[in-house]
Write a protein of this length. Structure first.
Length: 387
């Protein structure tokens, strides 16, 4: 069904651009996108925010890791995401609004960064922390003011948790910074107590912590699979959920959610259908080995469902859509999944075509909008009421 343009009317999203016309959403309500990969146009954009000693290094080496092992012939971005003025994909706020926000009536989009999420792979923690701070300053001073529907993710370098915690407390109070984001490629599972300062700071600031894939196996991180290094991107990409299984198990079993009962963690771009078998096994093993984890007073699955959220992209696509719905029902997707488009990447999920027609309407409403609004409720309330 085509999307028809209609005159602006009462009740249209207050965050929408004042174009005089809006596109009526197919679903009848605006959408919330939790993973939009926007970025600076060139390295020059971050130079004003970097210490002098790092400026040349940034221009010469950038993040400095090597993703070449798992590059795909498809490239990283949609070819049609380059703006008319030549701005690379995701770097023109106006074009992101024109290509994504306006046609799909997206009321809020969390800008999770692009080209900077490899900070967690840098051996030099001081350099990584400086890049994180520079990117966050650029985000709040340059990027967010260009489009009122943009929300920011605070990038951190997790190699030095004390520095990361300080950055969360320094910049996490900005009204449009709604989450912390770090790379899932790491030197250890994220439940280990060395990362407690990050979770403590995030909880104090009322920010969920998002984990994003793409850096597994690079630089100082562990191999991308428990069996070692795969040879091809298709292997690496298929196995991304293995890393999230390890992190989720660690977060629960190490007691992160017992120590930080208000903390939420978002697993971006890791899939959903792996959740039920993991929780079945984890609950069963907890019953046998619970003496090892006396801090867990409930089934591990209860902690998962209360504290962990998952993004919808890349959605699993079985031949029979009912198989997907069955798996998502077991994962309590109605309450745990957040819609994400992954714009402008080549495997972008069209918001109006992402989910099977057979999916219940109430699921769609919650996943497309209400789950994210509940997760970010405090910041949204202040933004939408002007307080």
């Amino acid at each position: 069904m085509a999307i028809t343009e209609v005159p602006r009317e009462a009740g249209a999203s207050p965050q929408a651009r004042e174009h005089g016309r809006v596109r009526r959403p197919r679903l009848g309500y605006p959408l919330f996108d939790v993973d939009v990969h926007t970025s600076f146009r060139s390295k020059q954009d971050l130079l004003p925010y970097l210490p002098e000693r790092y400026k040349q290094r940034w221009q010469d080496a950038g993040v400095g890791d090597s993703p070449a092992t798992f590059l795909s012939g498809a490239g990283g971005n949609r070819v049609d995401a380059v703006a008319l003025d030549g701005s690379p994909a995701g770097t023109s706020a106006g074009f992101v609004a024109e290509q994504l926000l306006d046609p799909y009536d997206i009321e809020w989009a969390v800008c999770t960064g692009n080209g900077i999420l490899g900070l967690g792979t840098i051996p030099d923690a001081d350099y990584a922390a400086a890049l994180a701070r520079a990117h966050n300053e650029w985000t709040v001073n340059h990027w967010l003011p260009q489009e009122p529907r943009f929300l920011g993710a605070l990038v951190i370098a997790q190699q030095d948790p004390s520095h990361a915690a300080a950055e969360i407390e320094r910049a996490g109070g900005h009204p449009r910074i709604v989450e912390v984001v770090m790379s899932s490629g790491n030197i250890a599972p994220f439940g280990q107590r060395r990362y407690d300062p990050i979770y403590a700071a995030a909880q104090r600031m009322g920010l969920p912590v998002a984990i994003h894939p793409g850096t597994e196996g690079r630089s100082i991180t562990t191999p991308p699979t428990s069996a070692g290094y795969p040879a091809r991107r298709v292997e690496w990409h298929t196995n991304l959920s293995l890393n999230y299984i390890a992190h989720a198990t660690s977060l629960i079993c190490e007691g992160v959610f017992a120590k930080f009962p208000d903390l939420k963690v978002i697993l971006l771009e890791g899939g959903v259908s792996w959740v039920p078998p993991l929780l079945w096994r984890l609950d069963a093993d907890w019953k046998l080995l619970r003496a090892e984890v006396p801090h867990l007073t409930e089934l591990p699955s209860a902690y998962f469902r209360r504290h962990i959220r998952l993004s919808s992209q890349p959605i699993e696509e079985p031949e029979d859509p009912q198989h997907l719905l069955d798996a998502w029902r077991l994962a309590d997707a109605e309450h745990t999944v957040l819609f994400s488009s992954d714009y402008p990447h080549w495997d972008f999920d069209d918001p109006y075509a992402a989910f099977p027609r057979e999916m219940p309407d109430e699921w769609k409403r919650r996943i497309y909008r209400e789950n994210a609004r509940a997760l970010f409720a405090e910041k949204l309330a202040a933004l939408e009421t002007g307080t």
